[in-house]
Design a protein around this ligand. Structure first.
Ligand code: SF4
Length: 449
């Protein structure tokens, strides 16, 4: 595996985190970071498409719906709030055309999707007719009968009874509700389109329809959050008793409305809770969920019944599955090469209408980078098995990551339990910050906290 040392030994011991929330991305979702993906790596992606898949590599399908009713103040995604039905239909046609281009490529190798994910944006912004038609066309190109999971993100205010029924009929197994909070003032202040009444209504009907898994997303530390309101949000979530709850700590990336306002007012820190408070809120929430019988299964997730409730999309991606990703700005991974589509609507549509795959940047990680990627993503689960990396990469992670592992141990966040590397709750609550310890020197950029 070449160089087995990390180069962070020159960092001060246990950096004291900046406590105020400053602008930038905190959450680590991939490695190497996206800023290292480049247009001149795109030929490697085209070569990967022409190769048969590696043995035993599962393939997932991601469909990006970039439309929302309104833009949340903390949102940093590319979303469109002004597209009419004709424009949306044109977009869906383009994404189906994109899937058609992929379906005959050797890398598919006769595989059917093992998991399917509708993300955005707001997939539930689509009409019943659009959803029904879209699903039929997708299944016609790559059948879903082998799928272990079909996941679908929703904004509660877009969910009529009829639409929820259509989503269930599509075969969705994991319905994820972007609740974020139950307090109407907080929802409004943060620019959310829905209110608590819509959450209650949608949740009740989704339960009646017996979705196998309902997930509720919450955010700790939204604008104007208070201890009392946060406690209320946790109690209300517990009353609804979803199968899983995902809690993110509020971050303020550069292309958000909140950041623009900070800049106009010359503020260096965002008007949201500091990191210590946000961690405390997530810690308290996790403790409440544990008291109610939930199990903490990652840095962000509480699950009611881990024997039954899994999150296939996350787990497969963190194990290096192929992801055929469709739609504007979407991120995929094919045969060892990561790629991203055109990030703007019109260039995306133009590429597809000309019969070209709309990819604009890519990256092929080295074996060392693949090891780091899987290792750090799996650390987000709170524990990872050394044997997994020995079997898959032929590497002893205790040697490969000797320095960063000893730092995390010294700081009191990590321990060995037999073959397992285990983060304690303190470590888990700030895992995204700690993962930078494992980055190669050329990938270390600004740290948020
Ligand atoms: S609903 Fe989600 S994707 Fe849409 S604007 Fe809000 S945060 Fe962004």
């Amino acid at each position: 595996m070449g160089n087995t040392t990390q180069s962070q030994s020159d960092l001060p011991a246990k950096q004291e985190p900046q406590q105020k929330t400053q602008a930038g991305n905190y959450f680590v979702s991939n490695y190497p970071p996206y800023s290292f993906w480049k247009p001149d790596h795109v030929p490697a992606y085209h070569e990967a498409l022409e190769r048969p898949p590696a043995a035993d590599t599962r393939m997932g399908l991601y469909f990006h719906i970039p439309f929302c009713r309104k833009r949340c103040h903390f949102c940093y995604f590319k979303v469109y709030t002004d597209k009419n039905a004709a424009a949306i239909n044109g977009y869906l046609d383009a994404a189906i055309q994109e899937l058609t281009l992929y379906a005959s490529k050797p890398f598919v190798g006769g595989r059917k999707p093992n998991f399917i994910y509708f993300g955005g944006g707001t997939p539930s912004y689509l009409s019943v007719q659009q959803l029904t038609e879209l699903t039929k066309r997708m299944k016609g190109l790559l059948p879903w009968d082998d799928a272990e999971e079909v996941a679908f993100e929703c904004e509660p205010g877009t969910l009529t009874d009829q639409k929820l029924k259509a989503i269930r009929d599509m075969g969705v197994t994991r319905l994820s509700l972007g609740v974020e909070h139950f307090d109407d003032h907080i929802l409004e202040t943060n620019g959310r389109a829905h209110r608590s009444r819509e959450i209650e209504r949608a949740y009740g009907y989704a339960r009646d329809l017996r979705f196998p898994q309902i997930n509720i997303d919450l955010i700790a530390g939204m604008l104007e959050e208070t201890q009392e309101k946060w406690d209320m949000a946790i109690e209300r979530t517990l009353e609804l008793a979803p199968d899983s709850v995902t809690i993110y700590q509020m971050e303020v990336p550069f292309n958000t409305t909140i950041y623009r306002q900070m800049k106009e007012q010359g503020q260096l820190s965002a008007p949201v809770a500091d990191w210590e408070t946000k961690r405390r809120w997530v810690r308290e929430a996790f403790e409440r969920f544990e008291q109610a019988g939930y199990v903490i299964t990652s840095a962000y997730t509480a699950v009611k019944n881990p024997e039954q409730t899994r999150f296939v999309y996350r787990d497969r991606l963190w194990e290096g599955a192929d992801l055929l990703s469709l739609g504007v700005a979407s991120f995929g991974h094919i045969g060892g090469t990561h790629y991203q589509n055109n990030a703007d609507f019109d260039p995306y549509l133009k590429s597809v209408s000309e019969g070209a795959l709309p990819v604009y940047r890519a990256y092929t990680p080295t074996p060392r980078e693949r090891l780091i990627r899987e290792f750090i993503l799996q650390l987000k689960l709170g524990q990872t098995r050394c044997g997994y990396f020995a079997d898959k990469f032929g590497v002893d992670v205790n040697e490969a990551f000797a320095e960063p592992l000893s730092r995390l141990k010294e700081w009191g966040f990590l321990s060995h339990q037999g073959d397992l590397l285990v983060l304690n709750r303190d470590g888990l609550l700030q895992v995204d910050r700690l993962l930078h310890e494992f980055f190669l020197p050329e990938h270390v950029t600004q740290r948020m906290v």
